[in-house]
Ligand binder design. Structure first.
Ligand code: ADP
Ligand code: ADP
Length: 219
């Protein structure tokens, strides 16, 4: 049986940061839709160029291309035991598509940790975010600084600030989240899969809360 965990929450709440630790601890693969789009853009694929035009405005990439990209990723052999999904699904249509695609892999969404914080916290986090060029490792200039300024602790690559992490784009991303993604809170609550986690706590505390709920579904 495969295990699928969906990390739900607004932009900047800490999904990527936590997903990386959870993946190490559970052995499940971290699948981030945003990272996949950025990787496609880096490789100048048609999908990457299309996605970038939406990402720059803080809008969602259309469901059909997003769903196809995730389906392709989850079908790869390294996801045989399951995955930790970060940033997907982001609309009710994506959630329905995920349910159908997982049935094809003889699985379903097992758990949905919902990490939450207020917009003021999210803006402060996103505006101080630094991301590593090589592998997307995540830092914060105040809350999680790298040991050497501008360099990734893990692979030594250069850190950059994402173009969509500007304050104007961030405000739109939060609005898009409220309008299009927040209906998923009730969707997964109705399926008894939702577990609420206080995302305003320090990184290690959020990790502890997540590990205690994920242990029930993953090793
Ligand atoms: P998301 O994937 O939800 O957009 P990230 O994991 O990229 O969020 O985190 C956004 C920013 O906030 C990063 O700079 C990260 O270092 C920082 N961060 C993440 N979790 C916390 C936390 N619990 N407390 C303080 N800063 C955090
Ligand atoms: P954050 O967690 O900080 O919002 P992401 O890396 O998850 O950042 O997403 C960055 C951008 O990529 C989004 O603003 C959106 O344009 C696009 N994107 C990521 N995931 C999806 C998705 N599931 N559906 C549509 N667009 C997406």
């Amino acid at each position: 049986m495969s295990t699928y965990i969906v990390l739900l929450g607004p932009p900047g709440v800490g999904k990527g940061t936590q997903a990386k630790t959870l993946a190490e601890q559970t052995g499940l693969v971290h699948v981030s839709s945003g990272d996949l789009f950025r990787e496609n853009f880096k490789n100048q694929t048609e999908l990457g160029k299309l996605a970038k035009s939406y990402m720059d405005k803080g809008e969602l990439v259309p469901d059909d291309v997003t769903v196809a990209m995730i389906k392709d990723r989850l079908a790869r052999p390294d996801c045989k035991a399951g995955a930790i999904l970060d940033g997907f699904p982001r609309t009710p249509a994506q959630a329905e598509a995920l349910h159908k695609m997982l049935a094809g892999f003889k699985g379903d969404v097992d758990l949905v940790p919902f990490i939450n914080a207020d917009p003021k916290v999210l803006i402060e986090r996103i505006c101080g975010r630094w991301t590593c060029k090589a592998n997307g490792h995540i830092y914060h200039e105040k809350f999680n600084p790298p040991k050497v300024a501008g360099k990734c602790d893990i692979d030594g690559s250069e850190l950059y600030q994402r173009e969509d992490d500007k304050v104007e784009t961030v405000t739109n991303r939060i609005k898009v989240y409220i309008e299009q993604t927040s209906p998923l809170i009730d969707y997964y609550r109705a399926q008894n899969k939702l577990v609420e986690i206080d995302g305003t706590q320090p990184i290690e505390k959020v990790t502890g809360a997540l590990l205690s709920v994920t242990r029930k579904v993953a090793r």
